[in-house]
Design a protein around this ligand. Sequence first.
Ligand code: AQP
Length: 331
Amino acid sequence: MRVVSGIQPTGDLHLGNLLGAILRWVRMQDEAECLFFLADLHALTVDVDPAILRGNVREMAAALIASGIDPAKSTLFAQSAVPAHPELAWILQGTARMGWLNRMTQWKDKAGKNREGASVGLFTYPVLQAADVLVYKATHVPVGEDQKQHIELARDIAVKFNNDFDVELFVAPEPYIGGGTAARVMSLRDGASKMSKSDPSEASRIHLTDSDDVIAQKLRKAKTDPEPLPDDPELLAGRPEARNLVGIMAAVTGESPAAVLQRFSGQGFGAFKPALADATIALLAPLRERLIELRNDPAMLDGILAAGAEKAVELAAPTLHEAYRAVGLRS
Ligand code: AQP
């Protein structure tokens, strides 16, 4: 079992990233060979400030280590330090179909009505994402629900490439979603949209860097409804904000949503929100303290990323070489 996954260094790590993906990465470190990367090439698909991006790569590496990614167990690196990713992505652009990419809901959501003005990279980045995992022959890709469609695309690309060139080179990876964490954490301001780094409202998400007071305040102001909590998760249907907060409580405490509702059935959000704030702070405060310590040692962080990149370059080389050979180049 080989696990590969990445996160864009486009802003501070938030609770959605943590509950949807990172805490599962942490658990998988003891079960599988794991490679985790900062998807800094993906970050170029939207407008970037070079100075901020450079700092963000290190900051996100620190946030991952603070969250429990152990460089002694996992290979941690920046995507841009391993040229095999974009090289393979270019080869796979010949395999991916326009129609496949046109169906990607993230493309539709992120480009919005301004498709003509969107970067080409925003359209093709799922192909780079396919290369990110196929180049290591990843068997499992732990991601949030929002990325499931992209992993399915990577599977389609792997199968078509193998068929087109009559090789058994690529392994079709499995998306790995759920498993006790919240597969889809929604915005605190709108239960219909996902918690996201790019949401202009800071109040919509909880950052790993938020102080205890800010966490409590954001949860206190989170959008809810006036109804008391029911005793059965099924009864949260049609109450997206309530369902989201119950889901967050379950993920941060490790309970099931049903167990959370057993504790709070009949109570309103006036009672639930402070308890949710306490549970969230209990999870995040120690991670935040570690992050603050790690920030003081940039040389150590750079050393970890350099060692990770060296290992990743080695692991990726044979697959890239085989891909070139399959298409008739570099024999
Ligand atoms: N709201 C979420 N709930 C559950 N999982 C989530 N993930 C992101 N948001 C949620 C998962 O976190 C991992 C890293 O995400 P990413 O930064 O690489 O990509 P993203 O999905 O684009 O994240 P954001 O925060 O929404 O950033 P922007 O605003 O830049 O698009 C992935 O496994 C993702 O599924």
